[in-house]
Design a protein around this ligand. Structure first.
Ligand code: AMO
Length: 440
């Protein structure tokens, strides 16, 4: 069988736009074969495109012999179909298309590497190896439709609140946050690094545009093989001047509330595909707030897990916490010693003006009030054992009238994992990067 050209054909509709009102009209659709059934004198092709699917019905004697013969297709063949819309209640969506012409634009092997019928879910690594194909599945269509909505709703919400969208460099000359988790690269004949967070730039630009946000990648050279860690992350970074952590927490919880409301309002069919329609519900405001001290006391009393004051909360403790606190909640006032230099110490300097936003057991956000006094910033950098000279260009900005400010960073993939009820963060990213995965 030969491969056809489009030959001037253009799609007249997406599948979702072919409604029963178009009964009798001629349409041209294009897409891929999600499903195919050959019952002898009758063949059904389920044609999918970016928005959905429609049934193409080929009955011997009703369609031409040539079209009937051409209807012998394989899974995920790329097709264009010209045909008449026919109202038919028994067909999915109450419509079928009776084709008058079929173009086969590209074929697939007899056996695809992963299941594309939706009957079973192939193993994740196998799916990721064939990601562009895998992304055509109904489940992935739903996940990334929701992700798109989340990003759009975040932007709409923040722009309405006078935030300015910024874009900051992802290649930097020296280690910013002092961590060891940086990817070095060659920048012509010099060593440079991929950025770990937009932190320092968003703070600087907060001193210009007052309220800023960025949605962008950041790179973490952590060899973590967990279901919640990636090496290339995508974060929402927010910074607000003339504000402290309480103001930021209020904006953040309103943002979460609004975004989930938008997802439910606009993406209910996608939530249903993922069986999340009763689980991803609009959270009540305000979110519960617990201090770090209260949390370590709770996990000790309730679960007998001891966390030494000053230590991070262990994964085991988080898991247990997630059984107790199932929704969104804040953990505030972390020990200063486990927070980065840019976080403002509390009046009792053992503590910090910081918070995490949790969803059950998973950390979604971290943030806090920042140091804005230049000398205090220099001291804080050195107290963390870093060389303030390598932060000179950043520190200098604090000598030019830096306002008090606060902000947060939200991991987009972690949030999508939660909203979509996924088991592994890699499912929430089109092309995930992990210690073991650099392709595709
Ligand atoms: P932090 O390092 O906590 O804070 O990162 C912010 C959020 O990004 C997500 N995240 C990750 N997601 C997947 N894989 C990873 N390896 C990973 N690392 C982080 C988490 C996390 O809560 N500059 C500060 C933010 C601020 O204070 O504004 C920062 O980067 O959801």
């Amino acid at each position: 069988m030969s491969i056809d050209d489009m030959n001037g054909w253009r799609k007249t509709h997406y599948t979702r736009d072919v409604t029963p009102e178009l009964d009798g009209q001629e349409v041209i659709l294009g897409g891929w074969v999600r499903n195919y059934r050959d019952l002898g004198g009758l063949k059904f092709i389920t044609l999918q495109d970016k928005y959905g699917e429609r049934q193409i019905t080929l009955k011997k004697g009703v369609v031409s012999d040539e079209v009937f013969e051409k209807g012998k297709v394989g899974y995920q063949y790329c097709l264009m179909i010209k045909g008449k819309v026919k109202k038919f209640e028994k067909a999915p969506g109450g419509i079928e298309i009776i084709p008058t012409e079929i173009k086969i634009l590209n074929k697939t092997p007899d056996k695809l590497p992963i299941d594309m019928t939706g009957e079973t879910i192939s193993e994740l690594d196998l799916r990721l190896n064939n990601r562009a194909l895998d992304l055509r599945s109904l489940r992935n269509q739903a996940i990334f439709e929701i992700r798109g909505q989340v990003l759009m709703s975040i932007r709409n919400f923040l722009l309405k609140q006078d935030f300015t969208e910024i874009t900051t460099p992802k290649i930097i000359g020296s280690a910013t946050e002092g961590g060891t988790e940086l990817f070095p690269i060659m920048y012509f004949d010099k060593e440079a690094f991929l950025i770990q967070s937009a932190q320092l730039y968003k703070e600087q630009l907060g001193g210009v545009y007052e309220r800023v946000f960025e949605i962008s990648p950041a790179f973490r050279a952590e060899k973590s093989h967990t279901k919640r860690h990636l090496c290339e992350i995508f974060t929402l970074d927010v910074e607000m001047s003339f504000a402290d952590m309480n103001d930021v927490q209020k904006t953040l919880e309103e943002l979460v509330h609004n975004v989930i409301e938008d997802v439910r309002e606009n993406r209910m069919p996608a939530l249903k595909v993922l069986n999340m329609e009763d689980k991803t519900i609009v959270p009540k405001l305000p979110f519960p707030r617990y201090k770090y001290d209260e949390i370590i006391e709770l996990v000790d009393k309730k679960f007998g897990i001891t966390i030494e004051w000053g230590e991070d909360i262990s994964t085991e403790a988080y898991r247990k916490l997630g059984e107790e606190l199932t929704g969104y909640y804040y953990i505030t006032h972390w020990p200063m010693e486990i927070k980065p230099f840019y976080i403002l110490p509390s009046n009792n300097p053992k503590y910090s003006e910081s918070f995490d936003l949790q969803m059950g057991w998973l950390e979604l956000v971290s943030g806090g009030t920042r140091v804005h006094n230049k000398q205090q910033l220099i001291n804080a950098i050195e107290a963390k054992g870093l060389n303030s000279a390598s932060f000179e260009s950043h520190i200098s900005v604090f000598g030019f009238g830096m306002p008090p400010h606060a902000g947060f960073g939200l991991g987009i993939a972690r949030w999508i994992t939660f909203i979509c009820g996924l088991d592994d963060i890699r499912e929430a990213v089109m092309y995930p990067r992990t210690p073991d995965r650099l392709t595709p």
